[in-house]
Design a protein around this ligand. Sequence first.
Ligand code: SAH
Length: 400
Amino acid sequence: MSEIQPVISIKTDQQVAIPGKVVNLLGLDRAGLEAFFEAMGEKKFRATQLMKWIHQLGVTDFQQMNNLSKDLRSQLAASSCIKNLEVSKDQLSSDGTRKWLLQLSDGNHIEAVFIPEDDRGTLCVSSQVGCALDCSFCSTGRQGFNRNLTAAEIISQVWLASQLLEGEKKLCKGKYGNRAMQERLPTGRKITNVVMMGMGEPLLNFDSTVKAVRIMMDDFAYGLSKRRVTVSTAGVVPAMDRLADVLDMRLAVSLHASNDELRNELVPVNKKYPLKELMAACRRFIDKQNSRSRITFEYVMLDGINDKPEHARELIRLLKGIPTLMNLIPFNPFAGSGYYTSSRKSVLRFSEILHEAGMTTVVRRTRGDDIDAACGQLAGKIEDKSRRHRRFEQPRYGMK
Ligand code: SAH
């Protein structure tokens, strides 16, 4: 593991000169920007011009936007800003995974992670400061909850990661004399996929999540196809229905248990929306999607808790008729969690049973655990408003 210092210098708030209410254009999707320009008496197509400048060219200084008139540029600078999060820490794992600790304007911190693979680069973004759901095996949950992220704060993670990753080639040459370090950097690797699997429950921050996903998928912004954007939920059933009405993207459901008794313990939101309702919502979701694609189910393998053959068989019955991609995730331990990672043998046995029943099953590799960037290890630095962390002896597991 190593820390990347100094971070590429990105000036993020050149335009925040005007006190009072200044709209951050970073978080407006196409419809939002069109409405913004129309309210200014401008033509709608300014929206796509601006999106290209911000998201494709990485320009945040209105004065550089030379296809906008000087007048319009000044008007924009007076009424709006393009403000990103501040990069507080930039860490690189020995496997190439990169994690950023990002500071929000209220002093809280969240995390975003980039996972390079042979054929893709996946960015894992956060949707909330902490998480209110309190899943028993997740270190983000242990920290408690502070607030929802705005759409601008969500999309800023994508903006910064794109800029930092693409700027790296140049940066490497100048700043890293060490050849080994240069070779390990995922140089110039572009983001091909975004997963909303960082800190928080995206479906409890519905409107901002939808806006941010729309920007990710907009051809004038990041242009990601619907197969390459995944929203992950612990199972907030009514919001799953609303989501299917407004967006066509991939859905991941954090399942982790094959029956209600166990799931109530591991994923407490299950008490509100039990498995029967969750499965019905998954079926409705698939029916509503144009592409009728599969749902990804995440299942963290906890030694002796949910990893027995009978659990696998129960899962097969539970998911009958739902087009499924099952991701078996090794539990990433953290101090005081009280859980252990399942043995390799148990995971293989479990996956074999699912496989034999015809379920597409993938055993995930743990990535970035040396910098606490793996699933469930994201912790940021948050001021807990739920006071949950006081229940635990060590409030901020996994924080570096
Ligand atoms: N709240 C959403 C988004 C977070 S996604 C959701 O629950 O889907 C983060 C994923 O990592 C979830 O599947 C979560 O259950 C899983 N996870 C949490 N803690 C983990 C841990 N310690 N080890 C492995 N996976 C974990």
